[in-house]
Design a protein around this ligand. Structure first.
Ligand code: PEP
Length: 250
């Protein structure tokens, strides 16, 4: 299986020069990982230059955060239209850090719709902040999926990427267990099939949260996922190389 790895650099590194160096290290490691599809999500200010200097086909680019509105009085923000114009092919939508900053399920719905309209692949992140024995996180997940994918037509389902990334697994020492991810992948698929139709079986499901070279292989083999969304391990030249090596070997 060809794994999809999304490298979410978040607000790193500090300078364009460092971004070029990190991209070059990622590119070199990526070329060796023949069975990996690699998406790099740099800070928006670095995206156009990285994309325009890159002549290869291995790596595609994602915007980490952008608005659904095409234009307007939104000081400091950028739009999905602008992200597409800068060279993004994917859009991360509903990341936990953006939800914490106020992004709502309705916002994710508008962004998924606009991304698809523009030909961008939406990477919709879902996940609960905590779990309780009563299983309330399943209802929350269902609502995030239901609203976020509300306008997605059946024929568009194959373009959609869903990332399960619970807040309690981000920025930790260890990832969640592949067994728990497997359970969640079944739930996500089942929910989408109920909401849409059988074509939802084709939706790509990724896991995100404290992924590194030690846990990536197990998650890909046993977690029922098509790939990984990676934060910290993508922000360091050595770590991304080790991670891609582990993914290729999985
Ligand atoms: C993230 O926030 O998208 C993420 C996966 O972070 P980390 O890998 O650092 O937990």
């Amino acid at each position: 299986m060809r794994a999809l790895v999304v490298a979410n650099w978040k607000m790193n590194p500090a300078t364009m020069r460092q971004a070029r160096a990190l991209f070059e290290a990622t590119r070199r490691a990526g070329e060796k990982a023949k069975h990996v599809s690699l998406v790099v999500a740099p800070p928006a200010v670095f995206l156009r230059e990285l994309k325009s200097r890159y002549a290869g086909r291995k790596i595609t680019f994602a915007i980490q955060h952008a608005r659904a509105e095409a234009l307007g009085a939104y000081t400091g923000d950028i739009s999905l239209v602008q992200a597409a114009d800068a060279g993004a092919s994917y859009a991360i939508i509903g990341h936990a850090e953006r939800r914490a900053a106020g992004e709502t399920n309705d916002d994710t719905r508008a962004k998924v719709t606009e991304a698809l309209r523009l030909g961008l692949t939406p990477i919709l992140c879902v996940g609960e902040s905590k779990r309780d024995p009563g299983g309330a996180h399943f209802s929350l997940m269902r609502e995030q999926l239901r609203t976020g994918c509300w306008d997605v037509q059946s024929f568009e389902l194959k373009k959609l990427v869903i990332v399960y990334e619970p807040l309690w697994s981000i920025g930790q020492d260890a990832a969640m267990s592949p067994r728990d991810m497997h359970e969640m992948a079944i739930f996500i698929r089942k929910s989408l099939v109920e909401m849409k139709n059988e074509q939802a079986m084709n939706v790509k499901i990724l896991y995100g949260g404290s992924v590194d070279e030690t846990n990536a292989g197990g998650m890909l083999r046993q977690g029922d996922v098509h790939g990984l969304l990676v934060g910290r391990a993508s922000e360091d030249a050595g770590k991304i190389a080790s991670l891609l090596h582990a993914v290729e070997a999985a």
